[in-house]
Design a protein around this ligand. Sequence first.
Ligand SMILES: [Zn+2]
Length: 154
Amino acid sequence: MNWPEHMFVGALFGIIIALLLQTPAVDSAILVAFASVSALAPDIDHDSSKIRRISNITVPIAAFGFSFASTCTESVMCTLEDLRSVIILGLAITGLYMIVLTFFKPRHRGITHTIFAALIFAAFIYIFSDLNFAFAGFAGYTSHLLADKHIKLA
Ligand SMILES: [Zn+2]
């Protein structure tokens, strides 16, 4: 399956989750969109996948955004010393992402295409968001495995 089909199946799973959770319309729309994007996550192990192209751009931006937000909260203005730490931390996170994908890249349809990975994914979403998003993320991620007809526990 290619990425638009995965997003479509993920959205269907998101609709089921939204119906089960009985969330208000706007929240439901966000959950469906989130499940739809989550359905792309397992193909992070694939060099030319859509999700890789997305994350190659968003990971560095998010890394620097996170460094900036966590370093410069004390004062409104960043000091020069703060900026130095922001750049070092941002580069470190970006570098780690690149090293993992370059040297520890899982083989295609390996560990990322398992229920175990879906649970880890949902746990991360729960830490950074809430239980509704964790459910939507799990449903979207699992929809990819079902669509691939590649269901393994671990
Ligand atoms: Zn796949």
